[in-house]
Design a protein around this ligand. Structure first.
Ligand SMILES: [Zn+2]
Length: 505
């Protein structure tokens, strides 16, 4: 009987974010529980739409025993301690050393610890040191910052090809199936990759639209037709001041180095020629809100993308809600905003009570010189919840969301959801679990830039992007870049692409 090992090791690190990331944060779907393992991890992930769920299915299909030494996944924030990396590496190596035919890793690829710019590469190198010939499949997030060390120490790499990430399971399938074919001696995976010096904007990366759509479609077609085993573009996570940010491509072939290089060069050339289209131009909040008011029927979704939990934001910057109140918007639901103190106040006051809160504004952002400023707001406590619901949207389907305790403040014009934990609203459950139906509101104010589309687009009529202040701002001029490679586009408009792709075997 074969023995497989799988593990989850995920964090998107915003190196400018002041929010701490302790080990206890790494139980993403069960906040404060820390990493899980074994049967608990299997129960949490089996049957979900995640990459590791595909690995679990593959082990079942192969009749293989499956060990699950660690599942560590945290909501994006600042740099975790190196002890997380040591902990994960030790657990995985211990499990692999007990006998292992193949390792299947569900990684994010955008992690930066205090001591390592590239903890995924470090993790793979340590595993490779302990098991030099071990076949290793890796499924990454679309927002991976790829390094040579990572590629050199893996056998097969794929990543999500959607944003919002609705193909997580498929990514695990693609990597896992190729590795299984390699184990059977059917194919000999060879990888080629390239990293363009492009600091793309998160608002302009999605493969569902141009400029990325044609490029990703070409990669998908090459894989579907059998031209290559796997082909993936990685949009990168740009809010990381490290040398590895860039738009990357990675192609896996069946021992066809030249063919892989030719496809990679085609993909990279397309991306580079479109580099100006990957730049997002911010506009003042007031102009975006005026545009929203000019639109017809609702619901109109206001997406404040400057303070997004899914990119390391605090979700307690109140500027856009303050503007919405000041401008007299009515029939609005908003949130979730992160403020455990205000939740406690409302729980203590009880449903039906009238309260005045100093809402949010508890976080300072020294990296960008932004100080926290609470919003004084009064209203009636409408509802108190445990913040738990099962995700039904196409992203993370079937996983359990847990926002900590939540409370709804009703000002008469705006129903505000306040939560104990940070949460990016990619599913309408963050409102519906609290008795609010966003489909019946004129305005829905959330803090998200792209992931909301999976869950909210079916119920809304218009989307207005709002460039609110915060640590996930799309204005790259506010960040104190020090360690990113230079030159890089668009910080340096004359950055060279280093094309054509040079063979790197
Ligand atoms: Zn992502």
């Amino acid at each position: 009987m074969k023995r497989f090992v799988t593990a989850v090791f995920k964090h998107e690190t915003n190196t400018f974010s002041p929010l701490p990331t302790p080990l206890s944060a790494f139980g993403r779907y069960n906040p404060q529980s820390g990493p899980t393992s074994g049967e608990t991890a299997l129960r949490a992930y089996r049957g979900t739409s995640t990459p590791v769920a595909a690995f679990i299915d593959i082990a079942d299909e192969q009749g293989a025993e499956l060990a699950f030494p660690i599942a560590a996944d945290a909501v994006p924030s600042g740099c975790p301690d190196d002890s997380l990396l040591d902990h994960a590496a030790d657990r995985i190596i211990e499990s692999v050393s007990a006998g292992c035919d193949a390792l299947f890793l569900d990684l994010h690829g955008g992690m930066v610890t205090r001591g390592f710019d590239d903890p995924e590469g470090e993790l793979l190198e340590r595993i490779r040191g302990a098991a030099p010939d071990l076949p290793i499949a890796v499924s990454f997030d679309f927002h991976t910052n790829l390094s040579r060390k990572t590629v050199d120490n893996a056998t097969v790499i794929t990543a999500y090809r959607t944003y919002p990430h609705v193909d997580m399971y498929e990514s695990g399938r693609r990597a896992g199936d190729t590795l299984v074919r390699a184990l059977a001696g059917e194919v000999n995976p060879v990888m080629v990759w390239h990293s363009l010096p492009m600091l793309t904007h998160l608002n302009r990366q999605t493969p569902s639209r141009q400029p990325m759509k044609d490029i990703m479609d070409r990669a998908i077609a090459a894989e579907a037709s059998g031209e290559v085993l796997n082909a993936t573009l990685l949009g990168c996570f740009p809010l990381a001041d490290i040398p590895f940010v860039g738009l990357h491509g990675i192609v896996v072939t069946d021992d066809d180095f030249a063919g892989g290089t030719a496809l990679l060069d085609e993909l990279m050339t397309m991306a580079w020629e479109r580099r100006a289209e990957f730049v997002f131009e911010s506009e003042p909040v007031e102009r975006s809100l005026a545009h929203a008011r000019s639109l017809g029927d609702g619901p109109i979704l206001l997406a404040d993308h400057g303070d997004v939990a899914g990119s390391g934001g605090s979700t307690d910057v109140m500027a856009v809600l303050e503007a919405v109140l000041r401008e007299g918007f009515e029939d609005v639901c908003a949130g979730p905003f992160w403020d455990p103190e205000s939740v406690a106040r409302m729980v203590e006051a009880g449903v039906g009570a009238t309260v005045t809160l100093q809402l949010g504004g508890k976080t300072n952002f020294p990296a960008i010189g932004l100080a926290g400023r609470p919003l004084e707001i009064s209203g009636r406590v409408r509802r108190i919840t445990d913040g738990r619901f099962t995700v039904t949207a196409p992203m993370n389907t079937g996983t359990s969301a847990n926002l900590g305790r939540c409370a709804v403040l009703d000002t008469g014009r705006v129903e505000v959801v306040v939560s104990e934990d940070r949460h990016e609203p990619f599913d309408t459950g963050c409102f519906t679990h609290a008795g609010i139906d966003p489909a019946r509101k004129r305005y829905v104010l959330i803090k998200s830039r792209q992931h909301f589309r999976a869950g909210f687009e079916p119920i809304i009529r218009h989307v207005v992007m709002v460039s609110g202040p915060g640590i996930t701002s799309s204005d790259y001029g506010i960040y104190p870049w020090e360690r990113v490679r230079r030159p890089i586009y668009p910080l340096d408009l004359d950055a060279p692409a280093n094309l054509p792709v040079r063979p790197n075997r």
